[in-house]
Design a protein around this ligand. Structure first.
Ligand code: COA
Length: 259
């Protein structure tokens, strides 16, 4: 699906890895409604496209991943439209989080406000050395509205989340790593490291990866343990499980069919 969207570039390679690049460089890839609509369509297309096995999200250029929701558009919201916009952003980001394929954010610069929220909706975040992250909405008289209050708390804990949200301050890559906001800092190219990590994930049993995402998604909910047992049981009945265990016992590499 080498599809083109007005504000996004989508490219799938022969390994089944889709790179989705937010492409609004004159505004540091800020998320206006056009970008959000394109993102909604692209995520739907990716979900329906069986040949896509993994997704990497990044931003055009080397300065910004996404510098936030578009502040000009935000300035025009009222009580009713504000709630609608928040619910729409939440729903798109939730769709990303719930994709059955691994999703890595290659955070190549500023990831602020909605950009930080987009990165947090991905399963894994790798930051470039010049990455700067934060939720500065309070400086605009707002709070994060695309899931940021919930996901930041889950990632870094309540106290650190409240500190970052209430001060609105930016954190550099090393503090983001220390806080658990990103998984690692890329030594050189953030895209290369994201690609390398994705490739190592895609060598594993595809059904196991899908069920791992679902099981972790259920963490913290009342039925998380039940969900884990049920997903574990399902895998025990799969060809991938037979192949994985047989390959280990026969001292060879597994050849997974995804069934
Ligand atoms: N919404 C709309 N436009 C944005 C934007 C946003 N979130 N972030 C950056 N831009 C625009 C700027 O207005 C500028 O446009 P212009 O050239 O037409 O004036 C362009 O992108 C470049 O940004 P600029 O501010 O000149 O770059 P900088 O290197 O001086 O500063 C930032 C970079 C990220 C520190 C600064 O752009 C910024 O603070 N952006 C807003 C961050 C924010 O509060 N995001 C959360 C929103 S909820």
């Amino acid at each position: 699906m080498n599809q083109s969207y007005d504000t996004l570039l989508a490219k799938v390679d022969e390994a089944g890895i889709c790179t989705l690049t937010i492409n609004r460089p004159d505004k540091l890839n800020a998320l206006n409604q056009k970008v959000l609509n394109d993102l909604q369509n692209a995520v739907q297309d990716i979900a329906e496209h069986e040949e896509v096995d993994g997704l990497i999200i990044t931003g055009t250029g080397d300065k910004a991943f996404v510098a936030g929701a578009d502040i000009k558009e935000l300035s025009e919201l009222d009580t009713e439209t504000g709630r609608e916009v928040s619910e729409k952003g939440q729903s798109i980001f939730q769709h990303i989080e719930e994709l059955d394929i691994p999703v890595i954010a290659a955070v190549n610069g500023y990831a602020l406000g909605g950009g930080c929220e987009l990165a947090m909706a991905c399963h894994i975040r790798i930051a470039s050395k010049n990455a700067v992250m934060g939720l500065p909405e309070v400086s605009l008289g707002l709070i994060p509205g695309y899931g940021g209050t919930q996901r930041l708390t889950a990632l870094v804990g309540r106290a650190k989340a409240l500190e970052l949200i209430m001060t609105g301050r930016f954190v550099k890559a090393d503090e983001a790593l220390q806080a658990g906001l990103v998984n690692k800092i890329a030594e050189d190219s953030v895209m290369d490291e994201a690609y390398e990590m994705m490739s190592s994930i895609l060598k594993q049993g595809p059904l196991a990866i899908r069920n791992a995402i679902r099981a972790v998604e259920a963490a913290g909910s009342k039925n998380g343990y039940n969900e884990e047992a049920s997903l574990f049981g399902d895998l025990c009945g799969s060809d991938d499980f037979k192949e994985g265990t047989t390959a280990f016992l026969e001292k060879r590499k597994p050849d997974f069919s995804g069934k």
